[in-house]
Ligand binder design. Structure first.
Ligand code: KIV
Length: 284
């Protein structure tokens, strides 16, 4: 296990102040969380993207609070020291401020996470204010917001037009005023992200496909390791092709079993002659 100090909001704002970029990745399971802990990733997001990356749905909409709680608990066990954020799933906060506070509270109490994230602009500012007033740090999410993918017309860049860009800036201000400690911008133009970063006063900017002018970067774990079979978003960089390594390993396993090369003596267990003779007598 790593012996690094626990990452807190203080740690993160210190990095912002000192101009040290914040690292953030998604994660959904215990072994991956262990590796991210060893790599000293600052923020881990248990995203509702797990509906697509782990459960094989075509969108994030079928993901439930119980799904999120189970995966966030596993990630916390694997990474005790990262700043862990639970992603509020579809319809866990949209119906009312009360539902938002209740479900954010479940995340904190049942998983040991450090904060929650929710999607949406000024129309969700009261949800953020409510959760923050309950003492729960909250991250906003603007630009491409996958829970509204149908209304947004698909997985596409947001804010390329001046009018839509202005709306994202206004939403940003509303979330900052509501008390968000950070806002994630997914797939907005880099120039827009730069102005937003410069205007931020009390929160910080994390970019997912929104360029370098942010306080930190986020990638979806499955995209950076070639583990999502359906598509690879243009913004994602494949840092290592783990998908290929796993595929090659699986093919080798199937071949070796079929050809009698696996298992070998080091892969099985022995029994003494004495015990074996006794067993044979007892069943004769
Ligand atoms: O669910 C998720 O992983 C997310 C990212 C797309 C930002 O919200």
């Amino acid at each position: 296990m790593s012996d690094r100090e626990k990452v807190t909001l203080r740690t993160l704002f210190k990095k912002v102040e000192e101009g040290i970029p914040i690292t953030m990745l998604t994660c959904y399971d215990y072994p991956t969380a262990h590796f991210q802990e060893l790599a000293e990733v600052d923020i881990i997001l248990v995203g509702d993207s797990l509906g697509m990356t782990m459960l094989g749905y075509d969108s994030t909409l079928p993901v439930t609070m119980n799904d999120m709680i189970r995966h966030t608990q596993a990630v916390r066990r694997g990474s005790p020291n990262s700043f862990l954020i639970g992603d509020m799933p579809y319809m866990s906060y949209q119906p009312s401020v009360e539902s938002a506070i209740r479900n954010a509270g479940r995340f904190m109490a049942e998983t040991g996470c450090d904060a929650v994230k929710l999607e949406g602009g000024s129309e969700m500012a009261d949800r953020i204010a409510g959760i923050v007033s309950a003492g729960i740090p909250t991250m906003g999410h603007l630009g491409l917001t996958p829970q509204s993918v149908s209304a947004l017309g698909g997985f596409r860049v947001q804010g390329r037009g001046a009018q839509q860009a202005k709306r994202i800036m206004d939403d940003s201000k509303a979330l900052e005023d509501a008390g968000a400690f950070a806002i994630l911008y997914e797939m907005i133009p880099s120039r827009l992200s730069k102005i937003i970063t410069e205007k931020m006063e009390t929160c910080f900017n994390i970019s997912l496909g929104s360029g370098p002018h942010a306080h930190g970067q986020l990638l979806i774990y499955h995209d950076m390791f070639g583990l999502y079979p359906k598509f690879k978003p243009r913004m994602a960089k494949v840092f290592a092709d783990a998908g290929k390594v796993i595929q090659d390993g699986l093919k080798a396993y199937v071949k070796e079993v079929r050809e009698g090369e696996f298992p070998q003596p080091e892969n099985w267990f022995s029994m003494s002659d004495d015990e074996f003779d006794q067993l044979m007598k007892s069943i004769e």
